[in-house]
Design a protein around this ligand. Structure first.
Ligand SMILES: Nc1nc2c(ncn2[C@@H]2O[C@H](COP(=O)(O)OP(=O)(O)O)[C@@H](O)[C@H]2O)c(=O)[nH]1
Ligand SMILES: [Mg+2]
Length: 540
């Protein structure tokens, strides 16, 4: 059996589905899928030329006798009861490549017999070439170890021969525990009614009909049923022919793995539910981000940035006399303690504690948005996924507040320096003030000279106006006009800076939303998609 074939892909699908489902879907179903995938991969790697045929049944039903009858030798001790028969006995026809298989089955070599080592040339033995025949312990033994061994080997065998006897063929133990649960394995099940010699001939058919009726009820209507007497050799040839047929077409191992994979995949699929793959909508994420931004105080900070810029740029570009007076007003950013750090670029750590505290209303809104996002993400999915998504959505919210505060504090608001144009205006304003002061000084000098009746030098004029007068009036008038003209510019700058701060802060909030809520939820949705994909492969 080579990998990469169709069954190889199905195994990989189931393995992938169980990996993605672990911790999210029903543990038992996940575990079974995992075990089945591992076991199937193991069996696939081992000899494809051998078929493991297990003979199972109740105490005294004639397992060992049937085994011997098939082998044609008294290999397995007949009539031996527990605790001696806690081990399976194996007989192998055609030993090439069977060693690994027997090791995997866990049959110690002292319980193995190699049929061709006996140089047997009978035709029917050649027909069984490739059989690994196992005589299992009693499934109804009072010894726990026996059950475990039976269960273990029933899982591993490629073909199962269940031996019933006239007394106990209707026992609930075998039907409820083995036959009915394995109805999916009808393709690799053969049933034998042994001790047929002890049943009067005229009652044999009605007994077989009764067994058939029970098998129908188990969900095994098609399985072959043989009436045999292992002790007297009745019907043994037909049974051997059936086994030989199964072995020669070498399909049993595959059929068994197919049935295993299908069963495990179906159980996992039932736990998975049938929701289509889902994606988180951008709109939901945006709503969450808005709630987070609110809770983090983004609007408050942005507002402070705008007002602060207005004051700072206004002060720089305003008429210096007024600006000087406005120093008495407090900077809104300072009020928020959102002062600029030493580097002048970032908000200082101090700012955090001084941000307006998140109100219960804001917190509730965040919770509501997280839940809405989780509900939306898991809409239409199975119950386990709804729970997994909800769990994931809140799994990283513990220190959300701190994380948001830190994100706010780390954000460069771009308000450290006054705008270049305001710097230039400031220089101009001072030049104008100096001009006005110069003019005033000149006029004062002239006035003093006039008062002292000194002879004045002729005052230079421009367009009929004396220059000092022009300097004083022009300096003041231009300064005031410039300040007024800059007001619009100040406002625009404040708005631009506020918009830019808003963008940066929201980008920081976006990071937090992705890290704390969106990624955990997306991981679940991806796991759901992976489980679905794996199961689709496994059930192909
Ligand atoms: N009459 C009769 N006795 C049988 C037949 N098969 C097995 N026995 C006897 O039933 C007893 C139990 O058989 P055994 O093969 O050890 O059953 P196991 O416990 O299932 O392995 C032994 O005494 C056998 O000789 C049969 O077909 N007819
Ligand atoms: Mg026995």
């Amino acid at each position: 059996m080579t990998r990469g074939t169709d069954i190889g892909a199905r195994i990989e699908g189931l393995a992938a589905a169980s990996t993605a489902a672990r911790g999210r879907l029903d543990d038992a179903a996940v575990e079974e899928a995992d075990v089945v995938a591992g076991r199937a991969a193991d069996r696939l790697r081992l000899s494809a030329d051998h078929t493991v045929v297990a003979i199972a049944g109740a105490t005294g039903s004639g397992k060992s006798s049937t085994f011997n009858a098939l082998v044609g030798l008294e290999l397995s001790s007949v009539g031996v009861r527990r605790p001696t028969t806690s081990w399976a006995t194996a007989c192998v026809w055609g030993t090439q490549g069977a060693d690994e298989l027997l090791a995997w089955l866990g049959v110690p070599s002292r319980h193995q017999t190699r049929r061709d080592s006996m140089l047997d040339t009978r035709r029917e033995d050649n027909a069984l070439d490739g059989v690994v025949l196992l005589d299992l312990p009693d499934h109804d033994s009072t010894e726990v170890a026996h059950h475990l061994e039976v269960d273990r080997l029933v899982q591993l065998a490629d073909l199962l021969v269940w031996v019933l006897d006239p007394q106990k063929y209707a026992d609930a133990a075998i039907h409820e525990r083995y036959l009915a649960p394995m109805h999916s394995h009808a393709g690799v099940t053969v049933v034998v009614l042994n001790h047929i010699d002890t049943v009067p001939e005229d009652r044999r058919q009605s007994m077989l009909d009764d067994v058939r009726r029970l098998l129908d009820a188990d969900g095994l209507p098609q399985v072959p049923l043989f009436a045999i007497s292992a002790r007297h050799g009745l019907g043994v040839d037909a049974l051997r022919a059936e086994v030989a047929k199964r072995v020669s077409d070498k399909k049993s191992a595959r059929t068994r793995l197919d049935a295993d994979l299908k069963l495990a995949a179906e159980k996992l699929a039932a736990a998975n539910g049938d929701g289509k793959p889902r994606e988180l909508s951008d709109q939901r994420v945006r709503k969450l981000e808005e709630a987070l931004a609110d809770a983090a105080g983004v609007p408050t900070i942005v507002d402070a940035v705008e007002r602060s810029t207005r004051i700072r740029a206004g002060r720089a570009s305003g008429w210096p006399v007024v600006s000087w007076l406005s120093r008495l007003r407090r900077d809104p950013l300072k009020k928020l303690h959102l002062d600029l750090g030493a580097a002048g670029k970032q908000l200082t750590g101090k700012s955090r504690n001084s941000l307006p505290a998140t109100t219960p209303v804001q917190r509730a809104r965040v919770d509501t948005e997280v839940r809405a996002l989780a509900d939306h993400a898991s809409e239409g999915l199975g119950k386990s996924w709804v729970e997994a998504v909800r769990r994931a959505s809140t799994s990283r919210l513990d220190d959300l507040g701190d994380r948001l505060d830190a994100a706010m504090a780390e954000t460069d608001l771009g308000i450290a320096r006054i705008p270049v144009w305001a710097g230039i205006v400031r220089v101009l304003q001072w030049l104008l003030i100096l001009t006005a002061i110069g003019g005033a000084g000149w006029l004062a000098t002239l006035a003093v000279m006039d008062f002292l009746e000194l002879e004045k030098p002729t005052t230079p004029k421009v367009g009929g106006f004396p220059i000092p007068t022009l300097m004083l009036l022009g300096g003041v008038a231009l300064g005031v006009l410039l300040a007024l003209g800059c007001r619009l510019l100040v406002r625009a700058t404040a708005r631009r800076r506020a918009a830019s701060a808003d963008k940066r802060l929201r980008a920081a909030v976006h990071e937090v939303a992705i890290e704390r809520v969106v990624t955990p939820v997306r991981t679940e949705l991806e796991a759901h998609t992976a489980v679905r994909k794996g199961l689709t492969l496994a059930l192909r």
